[in-house]
Design a binder for this molecule. Structure first.
Ligand SMILES: Nc1ncnc2c1ncn2[C@@H]1O[C@H](COP(=O)(O)OP(=O)(O)OP(=O)(O)O)[C@@H](O)[C@H]1O
Ligand SMILES: [Mg+2]
Length: 388
């Protein structure tokens, strides 16, 4: 969809030749709202009477979270000062308002660029970082254990990593890292529509021993209902622009927040365990993901507590879900012990078989998939300080 911000009557008709059908709006807040409502909007054209400062402010507030949206500025007269300001703010082009062929060309170039930025399943590619969502439709299978340790390992490897706790009512990421956050995902609500990297930094709590950043779930479970899926989408996109990896921990059901995360994720880590309800739920989750068009090649299935002898075998799981298991994580008492100490296992016991399996997920199925060398993590003392 193309949005035209213009206050002149008949503006839609005037530019119809170059823009086709447009949504005509008269103010920046209306444009913000329209962009929030339509995640597939690809172009905003701003008319010649809109003040350059107002137009620039809009572009600056949108470009971090929606880099795929093209902005074109129309002016009655082109001058160097205006062009300079507009391009610095993030406009793709500045065009004379009476130059219809130039506007048509600019629209085509902008759409081409947007298409290049678009992800392979229609979702918009993250500008820099990769979003990895750890999910299972059943509780207690190890989502928080895996997401916390995966994120810690990536951070220890020197990659800028943020762990977002989307278990918005009962999240326990901060407690499992012994952190006392002063902000949470809920604080993104007030910045919705204009969240940028500086705003994001205010939401983050730093885990000094690993270098990991986290964005905690709210401490008040009732706040979850006040966080819309759009806020989650914006938060994850802005995080992806600021970090190498965004790891998302989730609640045990397909909430609107989880669906929003799946939509912008490059990879889903789905957890199975050797019990019939978990396998049934995983099968249903895979079918749901198929139904919403999530590509199969962007899923990794991990079998947690893979060695417990309970009658169900890993091959039974593979047969039931019709998909291979990428990595098996053994059961070990070291896991709850590390949670109780509030120190991720990959940090305190990197040679533990559970840590080795988690590193395999991170290195073989996350880092290698997205390119870049897989290096040994920096050895970081539990009390080291991170230089930023
Ligand atoms: N491989 C493992 N070996 C032993 N215990 C494990 C293992 N993985 C997880 N656990 C333990 O299982 C419990 C549940 O794990 P975790 O909290 O990670 O699950 P979850 O899927 O996040 O649960 P919820 O759905 O409630 O958020 C924890 O006590 C954790 O220590
Ligand atoms: Mg959990």
């Amino acid at each position: 969809m193309t949005i035209l911000w213009d206050n002149e009557p008949g503006a839609s008709e005037r530019y119809h030749f170059a823009l086709g059908d447009v949504l005509l709006l008269g103010s920046a807040p209306l444009v913000h709202r329209a962009l929030d409502d339509d995640q597939h909007a690809d172009l905003v054209v701003i008319g010649p009477l809109v003040h350059i400062d107002e137009a620039s402010m809009l572009v600056e507030s949108v470009r971090a979270s929606r880099p795929e949206v093209g902005f074109i500025l129309l002016r009655h007269r082109l001058d160097v000062t205006t062009m300079g300001q507009a391009l610095r703010s993030g406009f793709r082009e500045v065009i004379a308002s009476d130059d219809a062929p130039a506007l048509s060309d600019a629209v085509r170039r902008s759409r081409d660029l947007t298409a290049k930025l678009a992800g392979h399943h229609g979702a918009v590619a993250t500008p820099q970082g990769r979003i990895v969502t750890v999910f299972s439709a059943k509780g207690g299978v190890g989502k928080t254990t895996l997401s916390t340790n995966l994120a810690t390992h990536l951070a220890l490897s020197g990659l800028r990593t943020v762990l977002v706790d989307l278990d918005l009512s009962f999240g326990d990421v901060s407690i499992s890292l012994q952190l006392l956050p002063t902000s949470s995902v809920h604080d993104a609500v007030g910045m919705h529509g204009h969240l940028d990297s500086e705003g994001l930094a205010q939401l983050v709590t730093h885990h000094e021993p690993s270098g990991l950043d986290i964005i905690a779930a709210p401490t008040d479970p009732s706040l979850a209902d006040r966080i819309s899926a759009h806020v989650v989408t914006e938060l994850l996109r802005v995080a992806a622009a600021s970090y190498d990896f965004v790891i998302v921990d989730t609640p045990p059901s397909f909430t609107e927040h989880v669906l929003a995360a799946c939509d912008v994720s490059s990879l889903l880590v789905l957890i199975a365990t050797l019990d019939i309800p978990a396998v049934k739920n995983l099968k249903l989750a895979l079918e749901t993901l198929d139904a919403i068009g999530s590509p199969r090649d962007s899923r990794v299935i991990v079998l947690n507590r893979a060695d417990v002898k309970v009658g169900l075998r890993p091959e039974d799981v593979v047969q039931a879900i019709g998909a291979p298991i990428a990595v098996s994580v053994p059961a070990s008492n070291t896991v709850p012990a590390s949670v109780n100490r509030g120190v991720p296992l990959v940090l305190e016991s990197p040679r533990d078989p559970v840590s080795v399996a988690i590193r395999e997920i991170a290195d073989t199925h996350i880092r290698a998939r997205f390119g870049g060398p897989v290096e040994e993590p920096q050895r970081r003392s539990l009390f080291s300080r991170r230089s930023r």
